[in-house]
Design a protein around this ligand. Structure first.
Ligand code: FAD
Length: 308
């Protein structure tokens, strides 16, 4: 069933994983009783798998998606980017997904590798990729596109960014998956603005569980320039560990305790965030599971999203 059909009836619930770089990481993810098997037990509607810039991990991306497809527990969605891809290459790769029963795609421009000024491929923006997929494959794919509630980091303006999102809808996109956004006031403003702009697509909200200080800061600042609200900054501040001018020789066990306390506070913060999102007129919650299970399961249970 198309994910958008589920969204017509109720809020969807999904996970995002990435193709591990090593064989050991892959084994841990796809083996019997591995991370994917455990994630299925939480009954997601779909699991999406990221696609490395330049197609560096195409083989592993397909292996993960085939494993999800073969398990038959939920819909696999592949991410796909324009980076370094020719039209012919895109056609070939998308046909391979279809041949393997993968008919949902998140159509992205892709993150530009460091030092690049363009995609280095035949298509330059996600709008062109959506149009290309519809032209070449008709309705064979259900197409998701990215939306950035704070505006894409390189956008000319929020208005320009929203106008390109509208163009993705006009080219045939089926639903929106959002970039991470902790600033709920901004999210609500963006929801109002896209609806006023005539964008009617379902919005599936991307949420990164707040579990460790380094991954939280990294996700926010390494590429996306996300606003961190005062409440989140206070949690980070309270459990700050590195480098700490106020405790330069902090003991290992004190650091371990702070990490555990941060995780607990972060999970509670993420649950409150999910509560706020759920009353914003959204159509799905998409958790960046980061190939982990235990904390994701805890979050699913605490937030009640499995029963949406
Ligand atoms: P676009 O929509 O093409 O926008 C890119 C920029 O160009 C924006 O600033 C926009 O305002 C501007 N723009 C758009 N169209 C035009 C136009 N016609 N003319 C002029 N300017 C225009 N990246 C990966 O490499 N692999 C992944 O697996 C991956 N997964 C992701 C999953 C999610 C849920 C999200 C939200 C993002 C993901 N990304 C991934 C990151 C994404 O590729 C980057 O955010 C990328 O920088 C932009 O992609 P986009 O599809 O939003 O680009």
């Amino acid at each position: 069933m198309k994910v958008t059909e589920i969204m017509k009836k109720r809020m969807a619930f999904s996970f995002e994983v990435f193709p591990p770089k090593t064989d050991a990481g892959m084994e841990k993810l796809v083996k019997k009783d591995g991370v994917l098997d455990k994630l299925y037990s939480l009954q997601p509607d779909y699991i999406s798998c990221t696609y490395g810039a330049g197609g560096s991990n195409v083989g592993k991306n397909l292996e993960v998606l085939k494993s999800i497809k073969d398990a038959g527990k939920c819909t696999p969605i592949t991410h796909f980017t324009c980076i370094g891809n020719t039209r012919e290459g895109i056609k070939e790769q998308l046909q391979t997904y279809l041949d393997n029963g993968i008919d949902h795609v998140l159509a992205l421009r892709g993150d530009l590798p460091f030092g690049w000024t363009g995609t280095g491929g035949d298509l330059h923006y996600a709008t062109e990729l959506v149009k290309f997929i519809r032209t070449e494959f008709g309705d064979k794919f259900c197409i998701a596109v990215a939306g950035s509630p704070e505006g894409h980091i390189a956008c000319r303006s929020l208005e320009a960014d929203i106008s390109f999102l509208k163009q993705k809808q006009d080219e045939g996109a089926d639903f929106i998956m959002t970039q991470l956004c902790w600033d709920m006031d901004q999210f609500r403003r963006w929801m109002d603005a896209i609806r006023k702009a005539g964008i009617t697509l379902p919005v599936d909200v991307g949420i990164m569980p707040v579990l460790s200080i380094d991954s939280t800061v990294n996700m926010a600042l390494s590429r996306n320039g996300c606003v961190m609200p005062r409440e989140l900054c206070e949690i980070i501040s309270k459990y700050w560990i590195f480098p700490n001018p106020f405790a330069p020789n902090e003991a290992e066990d004190s650091i371990a305790q702070k990490k555990a306390d941060f995780m607990k506070a972060g999970l509670e913060y993420t649950v409150r965030l999910i509560d706020e999102y759920r009353v914003c007129g959204i159509s799905g919650i998409h958790l960046y599971a980061l190939n982990k299970y235990e904390n994701v399961a805890k979050l699913v249970e605490m937030s009640g999203i499995k029963d949406m």
